[in-house]
Design a protein around this ligand. Structure first.
Ligand code: HEC
Ligand code: HEC
Length: 214
């Protein structure tokens, strides 16, 4: 046993990190379930989100993300992750827990149907961001953001979120959360690996860049 102890201590952290980032599994049944989300039910349920996420899903407060125009699969996944504790936030976790899976699908469909926020061009220097979005950084093995999030920042159907029009303060904070590991619900660590290589200045610029993108 004495000899085993160091071994157990050595592999224990590996077990902790071997826990899946998310319980979401994109099987056809799940995709169809989200696709069948009911807009009328979703609109009714969304009344309780307005105080933080704004009228028609467009947030007017920097800390709260806009939800309008977000891809339904992504919204559905986030609500499930909050409910499971895979993504943690003191405001969102209890709200997500109180929703049924059907409610989450209905809400996801409703927010996807709304037009995304549109903002004025950024007055700040976003040159580093433009280069990262279009070209990435070969020296650091950083793929360009557009490969997954689209050149229009509209995301992709499966589970890649739209970023265009999002509150810059929220985007900055969530990228910092991926960077320091507070947010760890990204399957295959896709965003944690990327955010870990971004400087805080690059993160700030990327957040500004996406806020003004239409
Ligand atoms: C009391 C304020 C509050 C209310 C009410 C609220 N939210 Fe949130 N929501 C937040 C905050 C704050 C965040 C960002 C949390 C974080 O960084 O993880 C958030 C994040 C989210 C996200 C993740 C967005 C993203 O881009 O990843 C979704 C989805 C979401 N909320 C859906 C909802 C829905 C649906 C409702 C209504 C049923 C709702 N929220 C009600 C405060 C609120
Ligand atoms: C390999 C594909 C891929 C690349 C490249 C990528 N992302 Fe992501 N990104 C994702 C996925 C998938 C998610 C959703 C993860 C989850 O469920 O938390 C995500 C989530 C995000 C979020 C959270 C959005 C929200 O509403 O909370 C931000 C912000 C983001 N990415 C920014 C970027 C930036 C900036 C770059 C370029 C530096 C980038 N991403 C490159 C796949 C990618």
């Amino acid at each position: 046993m004495k000899r085993l102890l160091p071994l157990i201590l050595y592999i224990a952290p590996a077990f902790v990190s071997a826990e899946p980032a998310s319980n979401m599994v994109w099987i056809p049944e799940t995709l169809n379930f989200v696709k069948a989300g009911d807009l009328v039910k979703g609109e009714q349920l969304a009344q309780s989100c307005v105080s933080c996420h704004g009228e028609k899903g467009i947030s007017t407060m920097a800390m709260f993300p806009s939800l309008a125009g977000q891809t339904a699969n992504y919204t559905y996944k986030q609500l499930n992750d909050y409910a499971d504790g895979k993504r943690q936030n003191p405001m969102m976790s209890p709200i997500a827990e109180s929703l049924s899976e059907k409610d989450r699908a209905d809400l996801a469909a409703w927010f996807q149907s709304l037009p995304a926020a549109q903002n004025n061009a950024s007055q700040e220097d976003i040159s580093k961001a433009i280069s990262l979005v279009d070209k990435g950084n070969g020296k650091k093995i950083l793929p360009p953001c557009f490969v997954c999030h689209g050149s229009d920042g509209a995301g992709q159907k499966m589970d890649t979120p739209a970023l265009a029009g999002q509150q810059a303060e929220y985007t900055k904070n969530t990228l910092l959360d991926y960077k320091n590991g507070t947010r760890h619900n990204d399957i295959y660590s896709r965003m944690r690996v990327i955010a870990a290589q971004l400087s805080d200045t690059e993160i700030k610029q990327l957040a500004e860049y996406y806020q003004q993108l239409k």
